[in-house]
Design a protein around this ligand. Structure first.
Ligand SMILES: [Zn+2]
Length: 139
């Protein structure tokens, strides 16, 4: 596991990997990602949606793949870090999550970034993905 030498950075990195390696998180790159709760349907850069499964067993992280939103996969990875921070610190306010994201964007090493980037899929989806992995379809 790549390390930065900074204990707090490495703690976050370990937590993120633990979350990403569980079955309960799925990362999706969604075209024209908008906030589903926004009546103006404004485009957003990322979303952590814990409501996909009413039982709360798994969450979906949606990333906007548009190059006007994220210049490259490194910037997509920073949004992934933001959404992961929401998962491991569920009670923290948006401001605190933004602070953590800003700090980690500076302190994560190249190897750590590449490791997190590997969890970003290459393909994009058009529609809001709602299917639950492992769920049995009832006809
Ligand atoms: Zn946020």
């Amino acid at each position: 596991m790549p390390r930065s030498g900074d204990e707090l950075t490495d703690w976050f990195f370990r937590q993120f990997l633990a979350v990403l390696r569980t079955e309960r998180v799925r990362v999706v790159r969604k075209k024209r990602l908008v906030n589903p709760d926004d009546p103006h349907r404004r485009v957003i850069r990322g979303l952590m949606d814990p409501d996909v499964d009413p039982s709360g067993r798994w969450v979906q992280i949606l990333i906007n793949p548009s190059r006007t939103t994220h210049r490259d996969r490194d910037e997509e990875m920073e949004t992934l870090v933001h959404e992961l921070a929401h998962i491991i610190l569920p009670k923290s306010a948006e401001r605190s999550i933004l602070t953590i994201e800003t700090i980690l964007a500076r302190t994560l090493t190249r190897a750590q970034r590449d490791c997190l980037k590997a969890f970003l899929p290459r393909h994009q989806v058009k529609h809001y993905p709602v299917s639950i992995p492992g769920a049995v379809a009832t006809a």
